[in-house]
Every structure is written in C-alpha cells, then in structure tokens.
Ligand binder design. Sequence first.
Ligand SMILES: CC(C)(COP(=O)(O)OP(=O)(O)OC[C@H]1O[C@@H](n2cnc3c(N)ncnc32)[C@H](O)[C@@H]1OP(=O)(O)O)[C@@H](O)C(=O)NCCC(=O)NCCS
Length: 303
Amino acid sequence: MAISTKICPPFQVRQMTEDDFKQVVNLWTELDIAVYKSLMPTFYSIDPNGFYVAVNLEDDKVIGGIGSCNSYSDSLIVGMFAVKKEYRGLGIGSKLFEAVLKHIGDRNAGLFCNAKILPMYRDKFDFVKQDNNNAVNYAIEDSPNLDLLCKHLSGVTIHSFNEGLLSKIADFHEKITKDRNEKLLRLILSDKDGISRVIIDSKGDVVAFGTLKSTNLSTVVANGPIYSINDELAELLLYNLIKDFEPTKGLELDLRDSENVEKIAVKLNLRPIVKFYRPFTKYVPETDMSKIYGFHTVAFYPF
Ligand SMILES: CC(C)(COP(=O)(O)OP(=O)(O)OC[C@H]1O[C@@H](n2cnc3c(N)ncnc32)[C@H](O)[C@@H]1OP(=O)(O)O)[C@@H](O)C(=O)NCCC(=O)NCCS
C-alpha cells in the first residue's frame, strides 16, 4: 500500500461567510464540475449557520467546504462537500462533515452522491435510508437536438416567471413535494443568471415549470427544477428553456433516473455521465416523484 507523504497544514473549520463563496466555488471549478452561479447565495441565505469552510492557517486560504441546508421543511440536505486535491486524505473532510453533523443534530438529513463514495456516507456517517429515486447527470458539449421534442400543445400558455405567478407555482410545488417553499421558489425562478418558464393550462393552473442557469464553467448551462405533470409538457418546457437561453452552450442536466425521463434525454442527444444516489439518515421524504423530471439541485434540495 502506498504511504501518504502529504503533511497536514494547520487548519481551522469555521462557519462560512459570503466572502468565502468564490473560493468555495473554485474548489468545484478545479474539479471541472458545474455549479450554477446563484447556488451559494440562494441556499446560504436560507440556512447560513449550516455552511462551513476549512481554512489553511498558514495563508488563510479556503481548502475545503461543505453546507447543510434546511431547504425542505423537515430534512436538511448536505452539499458542496469538497477538499482541495492536495489536502485530501488528511482528515480535513471528516472535520468538515463533523461540523455539519453537529448542526444537523437529531434532524433528518440527506445528500446526493456517486456509487464510489456512497459506502463512505453509509458506513461512516449513517446515511442508510434510500429509495429508488436517483438522479443521472447528463451532458452534451455543444447544442442539444431540439427537433424531436414536443414543440406545441393546445390549451396551454408559456410564461416567464413573474411575482403574480408565485402563488400558483407554490400550489403546484406543494402538491408534488408537500412543501410550498415560496421563498426558495422566488429566489430560484427570479435568478438573473438564468431563465424560467411556467406552463399554465386552460383552467389557469400551473402544469409545469423550470429553469436553466449559467454556471461557474463558462461553457456549461445547467438546470434548476424541471417539474411537470407529464412527459409532453416536460418536453415543451425543456424545448422553450433551451431555445430561449442564449448564448447556446454545452448543457448539463441532473434528471430523475427513470425510463420515461431517459427517453427525453435521448431525444436531446444527451450522454449519461454519472448516477447520483440519494441516501438519508432517518427516512426518505415523501414526494410525488413522477412529476419531477429534473432536480432543483443535487447540492441542496431533496427533489
Ligand atoms: C470527499 C472529500 C471531501 C473527502 O475529503 P478528505 O479530506 O479527503 O476526507 P478525509 O481525509 O477526512 O477522509 C474521510 C474518509 O472518507 C474516505 N473517502 C474520502 N473520499 C472517498 C471517496 N471518494 N470514496 C470512498 N471513500 C472516500 C476516506 O478514506 C476516509 O475514510 P476513513 O476515515 O475511514 O479513513 C474529498 O475526497 C473530495 O473533495 N472529493 C472530491 C469532491 C467529492 O467527491 N465530494 C463529495 C460529493 S458527494
């Protein structure tokens, strides 16, 4: 077995401040992983006490970060857990995770992670409850193929987000997730670094909504929520989001792992990159997963 020659610098785990966001996002940029630009300010504003950084005391630079956010009524989601490559395997990640566990206390918590790291969360940190609702990260480096998507449906109208729609969107969101979450929806849907589209039926009810957003990677656009009552409306929503989000760039979508959603990804010509599992500590929150095509964010929201 190779013996590590790395020396652990003196470090401190402390609460994250807004001044740390840039360095925290840089940890992900170095990994070439897309994080939408408003992610940190949005979720930090909901639960600022749940975010921590590890700082190298020799130069005061951030060498690791983590957040846990009570973005959903009865569960916290842990995300943005990373340590700079040259400082891994020295116990810094464990110290960050311990800080988050202390903040979580007796509450239920969940996270998204790949198959390789799932046993660590299960065996070391007790994330033991799972269902079959996982996510798949899909990507395409250039423009996706929009030709095969549903482009028109009679009896529905398509809108950008406006404050007048918030209550109806929250009604729809609540039916699916059992949580209105108007504060989060407003932040996610009014984000200047992205676009939103809301589909309304002839009765005036919301039947689909979603967002696409710019990310830390200049070449990648990523999704926020893609919620819809059926496949056709999900296609219509994606068609309008992608068509209207200029400039055209590579696209990354975190979608639900299911056959019907995969068919839409295939139509778009997206490639599956990695599957994310979704373990929790005490229980998996109840939700109507059939209406969730894309996740809000695999960083800080359970669906
Ligand atoms: C995950 C990560 C934050 C851990 O940070 P770290 O400082 O290296 O963690 P530690 O040194 O405290 O090690 C923590 C434990 O996890 C294990 N571990 C760390 N990364 C692992 C991985 N990718 N797969 C499996 N086990 C892993 C370590 O072996 C160690 O186990 P031990 O305590 O039984 O020896 C770091 O590897 C990282 O930044 N990875 C890239 C980003 C990432 O994948 N984040 C998680 C997203 S879900």
